[in-house]
Design a protein around this ligand. Structure first.
Ligand SMILES: Nc1ncnc2c1ncn2[C@@H]1O[C@H](COP(=O)(O)OP(=O)(O)O)[C@@H](O)[C@H]1O
Ligand SMILES: [Mg+2]
Length: 406
């Protein structure tokens, strides 16, 4: 498995990888870009030329009118999702000519349209083109092409029919068909493989924004990473980290990265641990609608993760009977190590892939039933229960928010 092109070409532009000096606001006045992903300090105006796009002969350059037609003028009812960068629309194109086709014919695509006021937008758009455009891997979303025309910035991806993991875990209405234990593990393994590929010696890329809304699912629940707007080249030579402005999403960013701006592949491992916890618990990384003391998933769950008799308290009760106590404990313990405060204690993504595969194997071999943790708490309220009782059930989305240093 490798890179689609013969060799990955480094960007010439300083805007791609060049912001290596630490430039973190400490006064709390960080600028919030409309992308929601925050930058702080002064940033040079975004470049406007296509020259900075790495040579990617496998990427199609679309005109704005092509994409306008393919999405039927960006119809609101074809919105697939919203991110900090902008909205994502469903569209149709011809497989060979790439010309817009009638809905329901040709190939389905997802078109991400940059919000024009986005401060950080061009940089993120460029990072996506340059990283995703060079990679080809079963656990990374395929970028088909892009549009750069006047002020327009769009990206065209393969369509992922089951949408984001975030929707499956947390969206209203999904309560009645929660993802099973086996599917959650399948998704975790796929996403871990995507990150392991990025971290490999060959690529050395840090993803920097690993969270459930950036993990997309195909029709067979294969997980693919999307949204490479914050991806960054990892350290080279004998350097231990890259220094960056602190960017990312609250609840997922590693504590040492938040404090110092020093980015390593272990920052991604921390975020992976948070997502694994979200999958195991069915709770969001940050949820202000929960009782005091339970807002922050990591802080709340940590004391339970290493105690075999207590882990059932944090495991999603909708998964009851689907895993053995041993297997549940192994998965919780893996999440615990990923979110270690000291990055040196966190496993590598390759180790995580192996462990998760082992957990998958043991669950299918073990007889679940006698050994399954007993229900010992009342059923959690469903969205429907909450509606009947007039309790807000829709949780605020953890869209990227300002990340201040210490
Ligand atoms: N290829 C795709 N297929 C289906 N849905 C998608 C696709 N790309 C994005 N989405 C939906 O749009 C949302 C936002 O996309 P994302 O790339 O994360 O944008 P942003 O960079 O603005 O965060 C995703 O969480 C998902 O629900
Ligand atoms: Mg996103």
């Amino acid at each position: 498995m490798g890179i689609c092109l013969s060799a990955r070409i480094k960007a010439e532009s300083p805007y791609h990888t060049g912001l290596t000096s630490k430039n973190v606001s400490t006064d709390g006045n960080s600028l919030k870009s409309s992308s929601g992903k925050v930058s702080s300090g002064s940033v040079p105006p975004p470049p406007r030329s296509e020259g900075e796009i790495l040579q990617s002969p496998n990427l199609k350059s679309f005109s704005f009118s092509d994409l306008k037609m393919a999405t039927r003028n960006f119809r609101p009812d074809s919105v697939l999702g919203e991110g900090g960068f902008g909205s994502v629309f469903k569209g149709w194109i011809d497989e060979n000519s790439f010309a817009a086709t009638k809905p329901g014919t040709g190939v389905v695509i997802a078109v991400k349209r940059l919000n024009l006021e986005s401060f950080q937008g061009h940089r993120e758009w460029l990072a996506e083109v340059n990283y995703l455009g060079q990679f080809c891997h079963p656990h990374l979303v395929k970028l088909i092409g892009y549009c750069l025309e006047d002020e327009h910035r769009l990206l065209v991806y393969e369509f992922m029919p089951r949408g984001s993991l975030e929707n499956h875990l947390f969206r209203r209405g999904s309560y009645f068909q929660p993802l099973s234990w086996n599917l959650r593990l399948r998704v975790a393994v796929g996403a871990a493989k995507g990150l392991a590929f990025l971290h490999s010696a060959e690529n050395k890329v840090i993803y920097r924004d690993f969270k459930t809304s950036n993990i997309l699912l195909d029709s067979s629940y294969n997980a693919k990473l999307s949204d490479f707007g914050l991806a960054k080249d990892g350290p080279t030579g004998d350097k231990s980290h890259v220094s960056t402005r602190v960017m990312g999403t609250y609840g997922y960013a590693a504590p040492e990265y938040l404090a110092t701006g020093h980015l390593t592949s272990k920052s991604d491992v921390y975020s992976f641990g948070v997502v694994l916890l979200e999958m195991l618990s069915g709770r969001r990384a940050i949820d202000k609608n929960r009782p005091t003391g339970e807002h922050n998933l990591v802080e709340w769950a940590k004391p339970y993760l290493t105690n075999k008799r207590k882990i059932f308290r944090i495991l999603d009760n909708r998964l009851e009977g689907q895993y053995s106590l041993d297997v549940g404990y192994k998965a919780a313990n893996l999440a615990f190590r990923c979110i270690s405060m000291d990055p040196r204690f966190r496993p590598t993504m390759n180790e995580i892939v192996k462990e998760l595969e082992h957990i998958q194997d043991s669950n299918s071999k073990e007889k679940i039933g006698n050994n399954a943790p007993a229900r010992s708490r009342p059923r959690r309220l469903s969205a429907d229960d909450a509606r009947k009782r007039n309790i807000p059930a829709a949780y605020p989305r953890p869209s990227a928010s300002p990340l201040f240093s210490k």
